[in-house]
Design a protein around this ligand. Sequence first.
Ligand code: TRP
Length: 371
Amino acid sequence: MAEMKVNPYDVEGKIDYDRLIKEFGIKKINQKLLKRIKNITGEVHPYLRRGIFFAHRDLEKLLDAYDKGEKFFLYTGCGPSGPVHLGHYSIWSFVKWLQDKFDVELWFQFTDDEKFLYKNKSYEEIQEWMHENMLDVIALGFNPRKTHFLIDTKHAGIMYPEAIKVAKKITFSTIKSSFGFTDSNNIGSIFYTSMQTVPIFLPNVLNNKSEYCLIPLAVDQDPHFRISRDVVQKLGHKKPVILHAKFMSPLTGISGKSSSSDSGKAILMTDNSKTVKNKINKHAFSGGQETVEEHRAKGGNVDVDVACQWLKYFEHDDEKLAEIYDKYSKGELLSGEVKKILIEKINKILSEHQKRRKSAEKQLDKFIYKN
Ligand code: TRP
């Protein structure tokens, strides 16, 4: 199996999250933190209970400040180079939960510059994907009065003056070692991390405040912020607080991450119910046995069965999930039956999403930040 690799531009192999915690210098979310969150929100989101959001930087500090009556804002982003899939959707649905429970502003960055610089796609193509991706983000149901889209190329006028302040404090050698770059990387890609740093403090600059910034992200994005945490502090801003999510596995098996570049790996927000059914039945890696008789006798392996693993994201009822796992392990449920449960769950989510997406275009203007 491929060696584990986790950085913003490459995720490979079977991911060992305990090893990542050590290597990245991040902290595991423990029971004490979950209790503190529950005291504020009244419930613990299943993704926290189930360790899908598994690690953090400085979450205690943010909660201390919140307890004292200080507000914070949320910041996350989307790199628009292809269709949105269930991996993105899951993270963003958790961001929405945070926005609703804590009643805070959300700054959503669209990094069209990043994807233009890194992908073999034209500027126009990236703009088209960005438009499509924005409709998906809106369809998630974020509060338009409290959600602000920042588009790197469109908001360059307010972002660039801050980005150069960041860039001046980062050396080429730091970028090379953090992202595995060489002398043949294009010079835009070397600068890019400065743009991803700006939303950490831009809202404070614009509104003359000094609130904490909380960034929920998939753990591959952490290297950007490991660099920027020190830099923003040097510039007189608070270090961002981070919540790290595990990757949703590809349908084909539990290594690497779900990605829209391969249809066997992901389910897209625009897939219809038939496509969902076919993809899951055809590609979802099974932890079951070769024959029904053998499965009934020995049971299946929930840890490698992708349908079982994906249900952690979509079956929010703990008892129901435990029952499925129990029956599958004992061989009472067959792989095809678990797949059927998953297909129904996902199709329900997608049909609601697709309905909301139809009216998203009308709302777009309300979401784009106006200064
Ligand atoms: N670089 C991210 C991507 O490729 C997009 C992004 C920008 C982001 N800012 C972020 C993701 C903050 C998480 C948090 O998808």
